[in-house]
Design a protein around this ligand. Structure first.
Ligand code: ADP
Length: 397
């Protein structure tokens, strides 16, 4: 059962061709700078890497190119597009409409369109991805997998903002949370390792965008991102939690429009804004080792914020069986994991400094034997979840 997984962004798209039954990754890639110039990086299996630089004016041409590469004599992994049995799309915002993945119908597209005001950068590109696939591969079913769906189990007391209630009922103002597919995958791996159903897990998805999620008995009960991905942790270029009073203050002081202040908080803040060096944490860690004070402060702020969420979620759940680190920073930075966990021994959270430094592929434990809370690194695999959901929904067709 081959599933084509597509994550269409405004000027890029990521794809994977996966055997959903065996989890075998046949090929994957990334098309960037669509409409600007165009670059396609394609990988077959673990070793074969190809790069194509050529004009890619539209998303349609990008997908056509990917399909050609998958089936072309020299680069092929399948003989014909007909071997693709379904297409799974990553959709950022499913609002309150979608609590799980669903087969794409005209009604589903209409609902994703209705949600554009909540995800103005992402949902239009996601819809475009679906429509192009319908045009290029009309006989193949499409499935929508939502970043928000896993968090639809959050109880009201954890998703409402403390503002007049009518703004929830009339304007859908609430926390939705994102990275749901990743939080689901990682917590589900952890549930299997713990081998118990009534589990209390905290997942730290720390990448360019970052969020924390409290998962009780396999269900999201609270998460750090909100109405938009701007809330919560300090991220590559996002400020995360901030006093709402900052917004009118800065708008007046710097004469900014609402779009400009959003741009400031989304694209100029976070690791980049405080360090003044980069949004890439590797560069900031390097600068801090070379003595740069602002980089040191950035790292402290980043870790303190994660710690704050960890402790608050452990409190909400009345304890924590396991903490999982995932995504670019969570999987690769022993420094950040150490700084986050250090000082939490009083809660039964004991990191093993040596295990934490070992770099290995796959799920791995990094807590001491004596630690009441297990600490794990679990590499995320959102595409596999999308492929499996797509398979489950389309296999009888
Ligand atoms: P995205 O959210 O775009 O998918 P990733 O999950 O790939 O992002 O994470 C990207 C982040 O991971 C970058 O800030 C990068 O600096 C960070 N990162 C990757 N490897 C390391 C490392 N060894 N140490 C620290 N940070 C790392």
């Amino acid at each position: 059962m081959l599933v084509f997984v597509l994550n269409a962004g405004s000027s890029s798209l990521k794809y994977q061709l996966i055997n959903a039954k065996t989890a075998e990754l046949k090929a994957s890639g990334l098309v960037e700078r669509i409409g600007i110039d165009g670059i396609l990086k394609h990988e077959v299996g673990e070793n074969k890497k190809l790069t194509f630089e050529l004009p890619i004016p539209t998303h349609k041409e990008a997908i056509e190119l990917v399909l050609r590469i998958l089936t072309n004599d020299e680069t092929k992994v399948i003989d014909s597009i007909k071997e693709i049995q379904a297409i799974g799309h990553r959709i950022v915002h499913g609002g309150e409409f979608f609590k799980e993945s669903t087969i794409v119908t005209p009604d589903v597209i209409e609902k994703i369109e209705q949600l554009i005001p909540l995800a103005p950068l992402h949902n239009p590109a996601n819809i475009m991805g679906i429509k192009i696939c319908q045009e290029l591969m009309p006989k193949i079913p499409n499935v929508a997998v939502f970043d928000t769906a896993f968090h639809q189990t959050m109880p009201k007391e954890n998703f409402l903002y403390a503002v007049p209630y009518a703004d929830y009922t009339e304007h859908h103002l609430r926390k939705y949370g994102f990275h749901g597919t990743s939080h689901y995958y990682v917590s589900n791996e952890m549930v299997k390792i713990l081998n118990k159903k009534d589990s209390k897990i905290i997942v730290c998805h720390l990448g360019n965008g970052s969020s924390v999620c409290a998962v009780r008995d396999g269900k999201s009960i609270s998460t750090s991102m909100g109405l938009t991905p701007l809330e919560g942790l300090i991220m590559g270029t996002r400020a995360g939690d901030i006093d709402a009073g900052v917004i009118p203050y800065l708008m007046e002081k710097k004469n900014l429009t609402s779009n400009q202040i959003l741009d400031y908080l989304n694209k100029k803040s976070g690791i980049l804004g405080v360090s003044g060096i980069s949004s890439d944490l590797r560069e900031v860690i390097k600068a801090s080792k070379d003595g740069d004070i602002r980089s040191k402060i950035t790292i402290e702020m980043l870790c303190n914020r994660i710690k704050k969420y960890l402790c608050s979620y452990a409190g909400l759940m009345g304890g924590v069986d396991a903490i999982c680190f995932t995504a670019g920073i969570g999987e690769n930075s022993d420094l950040i994991r150490e700084k986050v966990c250090n000082g939490l021994e009083f809660m039964g959270i004991e990191l093993d400094a040596d295990k934490n430094k070992i770099r290995e592929k796959g799920n791995r434990e990094i807590s001491k034997k004596s630690s009441r809370t297990k600490i794990y690194v679990i590499p995320t695999n959102e595409e596999l979840v999308i492929a499996k959901d797509t398979y489950a929904l389309t296999k009888t067709k």
